[in-house]
Design a protein around this ligand. Sequence first.
Ligand code: AMP
Length: 567
Amino acid sequence: MTEQPTQQTADDTVTFEDLGLRPELLKALTSLGYEEPTPIQREAIGPLLTGADLLGQAATGTGKTAAFALPVLQRWAELGPDRESLDPVALVLVPTRELAVQVSEAFHRYGRDLGVRVLPIYGGQPIGRQLAALRRGVDVVVATPGRAIDHIGRGTLQLGDLRTVVLDEADEMLDMGFAEDIEAILQETPEQRQTVLFSATMPSRVDGLVQRYLRSAVRIQMGRASTPPGEAPKVRQSAYVVARSHKPAALGRILDVESPTAAIVFCRTREEVDQLTETMNGRGYRAEALHGGMSQEQRDRVMGRLRAGTADLLVATDVAARGLDIEQLTHVINYDVPSAPEAYVHRIGRVGRAGREGVAVTLAEPREHRMLKTIERVTKQRITMEKIPTVADLHARRLELTKSALHESLLEEDYEQFRVVVETLADEFDIVEVALAAVKLAHEAMGNAPDDEVIPDLSEAAERPDRKREPSRGGSRGPASGAVKLFVGLGRRNGVRPQDLVGAIAGESSLSGRDIGAIEIADRFSLVEVPAGAADEVIDALRSATIKGKRVTVRRDRDRAPRRERW
Ligand code: AMP
């Protein structure tokens, strides 16, 4: 077996064209918004086009489907329109029916201008339809092993013309007990076929298959990320497991809780960038799109808006974000799990620079969970699984912020001009009711739009047995036990960022950054959680220090304002 070490650098700019794909395939990829090959595609497509066997260690989310589907399509197209046989030239074996459907849809999308006939066959689907389609003739079959064996036994699936066999997610297929079926199928295929095996892990049983059925295979292993030079960035890394349809809502809620000064959200394709930008703007966030299809002038304008603070969310593809260095960036959000650990490391390296704390958040679909694990293993960094804040969490947090704003206003005592309103209403209503109505108006005026979308929490389903969930630092869940909240009289309007507060507290008191809990930044003030035992020390230290060049009010948030007679 020839070893082909994976090599990626940030400036590698191999295009799909460079890989030698046909115009029809290139057109399909452009229309899907794929800007450039993922690392596995970069490595695999070339050798596969030459007919070589290949062993790829890659998890879902790396773009491995296109890595094998594009060469299969190209090699099939090279046979020309005169191919007379009705039997398939490629067989892809997958562990589940869902994957069979997904993979055959991918073949359809990539091969739509080539007129390829792709058939998924799996158990549970009426066999009659499959038989009819097989009789009419197919070019590519994507099957679960059990149903494939069934058709081979009936003589309805003929493998004599096969040029390529792909074993996708081989480790999963073996775990599901398909070992014998797979071997039986492989025995039915022509000797000189091309054999391609993808597996997220390489247990010895998979290796056994490789030894028996692959010849001089090119070996590609994703995930040898080089740690960035110098000190590893200080980045708090977390992930949420959420269904695709709930991602926009989940993103909104996470942004509300995290209150980033500026965030970049990475998407896979241009279409996704445009769609998400529109969705987030519709949800009241100031989002700007950045992708490879934009002119330099458009890009400059977007960057200008981000720097000036008139936009706070940049939605971008990896290609478009290359070389970007945004000083104010506090959060990197992966709208999908990146296609390789390298991409992940590269993305999150945009925050946490120069000793400042950064935050990396990844939204993973349940099936992408394994890729997250791979990233953890390769980067040797912990990604904490979090629960999406619930509607109740969010309401509680928003009420808390409204209360703190009112509290501040009460201390400022700058409301005499409104006394007449209260006194007049007090003739007609109970004073508490007047207060309640005023609080409601204040709450709504703070931009608290209702958000009642229920986002199913899928983290349990995808939970890793070897990980215990850790409490979040992003905290909408109230102070951790033994912690108190401090009110700091500087907020977003003063340009305060979480790292400024962490820096000031760690610099002026005996606490270190790790001791500091959740930080919430509102327009005019911030709330910081610190261990109860250190609260007085931190208050004293901050009162005699300056933050962002200013002396600020600092006190326990739970301190009640002196009760006023009229309230
Ligand atoms: P897979 O690992 O094959 O399941 O692919 C994961 C996702 O990445 C799928 O949604 C693909 O449509 C998408 N994808 C694959 N290749 C690319 C690419 N080169 N650029 C953008 N998205 C891609």
